[in-house]
Design a protein around this ligand. Structure first.
Ligand SMILES: Nc1ncnc2c1ncn2[C@@H]1O[C@H](COP(=O)(O)OP(=O)(O)OP(=O)(O)O)[C@@H](O)[C@H]1O
Ligand SMILES: [Mg+2]
Length: 287
């Protein structure tokens, strides 16, 4: 495979809001993972990227699920290139980036961010050999220097690509629901990272919760298992309530912040973004 996935755009000046990435880990890369499929990773990743973008951060949202990619679908975009183009050598990483304008009624009102789309059904990322995965990782780390924040929406499961993309992230948001399979699969994801010695700040987002109390109970179940068996204690980043607007917005291919910015689920993600900024500050100060 001859794709030069490691050549990001050198013309763009580096953003100051990040640590050097010589260790193969970039603190401004955040993985969104779950183990189990269908819990709301993609919706959460899109909404979080949108929130940070409204906060004037330069954000790149990467669809790390090449088998069943859908970041572009939730945003209603049809990108000319995607990660599959990069992997097949038809485009460089920086050429495969497209822009989401932000969805404001008037242009230039903020909320715009970049995306690196996956390609539904290609399966290319899942079948990449280790050298290609490593080159992709190195390319993304170079790319991260040009952004305040990279958010990677990972595939469900524990494929080598999922593990490798997580290992280069400074932090991970593990999205869970109250279903037992979500908890066991999230635990398996965390266990894999811990066993591999990942230097990653683990955070948990409870999605589709009935309310605060239910969400905290779900988080506590996972936290206790992690503390008892893995000696790690993931932090609660926040709870997102189950909200019918989420499904409606996905059906309309419109981010919730563009359509219903005051919906419960939108407000919950905005609170999580504030918490993540706080956790990032502590992480970057070595706390
Ligand atoms: N807070 C919420 N309230 C109500 N429904 C939700 C919420 N979050 C997600 N959903 C529902 O969950 C579905 C799956 O969401 P999404 O595609 O983002 O999950 P995913 O984890 O990325 O799935 P996959 O593992 O297949 O990539 C959505 O179509 C939506 O109907
Ligand atoms: Mg998804």
């Amino acid at each position: 495979m001859s794709a030069d996935v490691s050549s990001a755009n050198p013309a763009t000046s580096p953003s100051p809001n990040q640590r050097a990435a010589s260790t193969g880990v970039a603190s401004n890369i955040m993985a969104v993972a779950s183990g189990k499929g269908g819990v709301g990773k993609t919706w959460f990743s899109v909404t979080l990227a949108h929130t940070f973008a409204f906060g004037s951060e330069k954000v790149l949202l990467i669809d790390g699920d090449l088998g069943l990619a859908n970041v572009d679908i939730q945003l209603g975009l049809t990108p000319g290139h995607d990660l599959a183009s990069v992997i097949s050598g038809r485009a460089r990483l920086d050429e495969a980036i497209s822009g989401y304008a932000g969805g404001s009624a008037q242009r230039g009102q903020g909320g715009g961010f970049d995306i690196l789309a996956g390609k539904s059904g290609s399966g290319a990322l899942a079948t990449l050999a280790m050298p290609e995965l490593h080159r992709l990782r190195d390319g993304l780390i170079v790319l991260a220097r040009h952004y305040d924040r990279l958010i990677i929406d990972l595939a469900a499961g524990l494929d080598p690509s999922v593990v490798m993309l997580s290992m280069m992230a400074g932090s991970a948001c593990v999205v869970i629901t109250d279903e037992p399979t979500s908890l066991t699969d999230a635990y398996a994801f965390i266990k894999t990272l811990v066993q591999r010695g990942a230097k990653i700040d683990l955070r948990v987002v409870v999605n589709q919760a009935q309310g605060r109390i239910d969400g905290e109970r779900t988080y506590d179940t996972l936290r206790k298992a992690c503390e008892s068996f893995l000696q790690v204690s993931p932090t609660l980043a926040g709870i997102v309530r189950r909200d019918p607007r989420v499904k409606e917005c996905i059906r309309l291919q419109t981010p919730i912040l563009a359509r219903y910015p005051t919906a419960n689920a939108a407000a919950d993600v905005q609170a999580i973004a504030a918490k993540i900024r706080e956790l990032d500050r502590a992480m970057n100060q070595g706390g």
